[in-house]
Design a protein around this ligand. Structure first.
Ligand SMILES: Nc1ncnc2c1ncn2[C@@H]1O[C@H](COP(=O)(O)OP(=O)(O)OP(=O)(O)O)[C@@H](O)[C@H]1O
Length: 401
């Protein structure tokens, strides 16, 4: 190949600064719109930290509605405002109590990595007292600590011991304090907490609801001014993305991803503008496919096998594929798998999983008849070839099929 490969790429007439569409970037306060009330509620709780007594609280709401970003933006301001007297630590991907404590202590330089859990809390309390430090601990995706890990849920024990450490710091008559902010998109988090933890932790909650189309449009307008060249978006592009995503869960992350993908497709086409018909529709399909793969990955082993069984039957050209067919294929696939101690589940449970997969939009299962043993459904999928392959490879690699 002669010349420079980059010379052969289409001329960029679309993007100005694609970074403005990066979902991991913490936006500036100006870019973070439509959340003034929720931000104000958080600030009203946190301002008491200056006086030594802000309460712990939860931030709840569905995915992609700005919970994490609102908290990060506010803490950035709080650290500047209190200039060195307050430190915030942000933790996510919480697995269990020990791993969480290790990550916390490495961020606070507590010099301990052992297995004695109490030692971590002792060192933490001692540091806050000694240094008069006000620590704001943010626990994102807090529900993960409440899901049983190896049969044991770590959430209650962890929060209870943090509350005890906080008590020690407050009683030491020092200026230090410990405040915990839990973020979660699980509306039932409170139900997992035991009474003691709930009474001290869960009574202050700031709820973020899903965005409507108007709000999403404002968010997209704000981002696109920075991201796109003037005139690169056809009229109606932002309104369409906002309308579709609002119907689909009101997730700002998804709206921004669709906009970015539409821009990339226009760029690949060498087009002068992003258009609804060609680029936005295609971008939606691609982002939707990514979401399906993520959804399937997050499900249980048995659901993975059910999906795999459905895809195998459809690939073989079987029509129609019914619930009964899926169950026998499920048994066959299960028998080939290299997982120990996981027995196959009953036909009734597989029927439930099929209904769940239908609800999640992974498969389409229409009722054919209401038989003695429950409903027989006809199963189809509406997925791109590349998505099907990705799902199959995932299950094969995961379970050694
Ligand atoms: N009001 C907003 N203005 C601008 N951008 C926003 C707004 N709300 C969310 N976003 C953007 O959407 C993305 C998702 O936001 P964020 O991570 O805060 O969501 P979340 O509610 O914490 O969801 P999750 O639980 O999925 O993490 C981020 O890129 C964020 O910058």
């Amino acid at each position: 190949m002669g010349g420079n490969v980059f010379d052969e790429q289409p001329t960029n007439r679309i993007f100005q600064n694609v970074d403005a569409l990066d979902p991991d970037r913490t936006p500036s306060k100006d870019e973070f719109v439509e959340r003034d009330d929720e931000m104000q509620q958080i600030v009203s709780i946190l301002r008491f930290i200056e006086m030594g007594g802000a309460s712990n609280f939860l931030v709840t709401g569905p995915s992609g509605v700005g919970k994490t970003m609102a908290v990060k933006i506010i803490l950035r301001d709080l650290e500047n405002y209190l200039d060195g007297n307050v430190q915030s630590v942000y933790l996510t991907d919480l697995e269990n109590e020990l791993q969480t404590l290790r990550t916390l202590t490495s961020q606070l330089s507590l010099n301990y990595r052992g297995t004695d859990l109490n030692e971590y809390y002792d060192r933490l309390a001692a540091k806050l007292i000694r240094e008069d430090l006000k620590l704001v601990l943010v626990l994102d995706e807090l529900e993960k600590l409440f899901l049983a890990q190896g049969g044991k849920s770590h959430g209650n024990s962890f929060l209870k011991k943090l509350l005890e450490a906080r008590k020690r710091v407050v009683n030491a008559d020092a200026d230090g304090t410990l405040l915990v902010i839990g973020i979660s998109n699980n509306a039932r988090l409170g139900e997992y907490m035991n009474t003691k933890v709930k009474s001290r932790f869960g009574h202050e909650t700031v709820h973020f609801s899903k965005y409507n189309a108007l709000e999403l449009r404002k968010i997209l307008e704000q981002r696109s001014e920075k991201a796109f060249r003037p005139g690169a978006l056809d009229d109606g592009v932002l309104a369409k993305i906002a309308a579709v995503v609002a119907q689909n869960g009101g997730d700002a992350r998804e709206a921004i991803q669709v906009l970015r993908k539409a821009g990339e497709l226009a760029l690949d086409d060498g087009a002068a503008t992003v258009t609804n018909g060609t680029h936005v529709d295609r971008a939606r399909q691609l982002i939707e496919a990514d979401k399906i793969v993520d959804t399937v990955r997050s499900l249980s082993m048995h659901s993975h096998v059910v999906v795999y069984a459905v895809l195998s039957l459809l690939e073989e050209g079987k029509t129609p594929v019914t619930t009964g067919d899926v169950y026998s294929e499920y048994r066959d696939v299960h028998a080939q798998m290299s997982v120990e101690g996981k027995d196959p589940i009953s036909q009734r449970r597989v029927r439930d999983l099929i209904a769940e997969l239908d609800m999640l939009g992974v498969i389409q299962a229409t009722v054919l008849s209401n038989g003695k043993y429950g409903r027989t459904r006809r199963i189809k999928v509406n997925l791109e070839e590349s998505t099907i392959e990705e799902l199959q490879t995932f299950v094969e690699e995961e379970y050694g099929i």
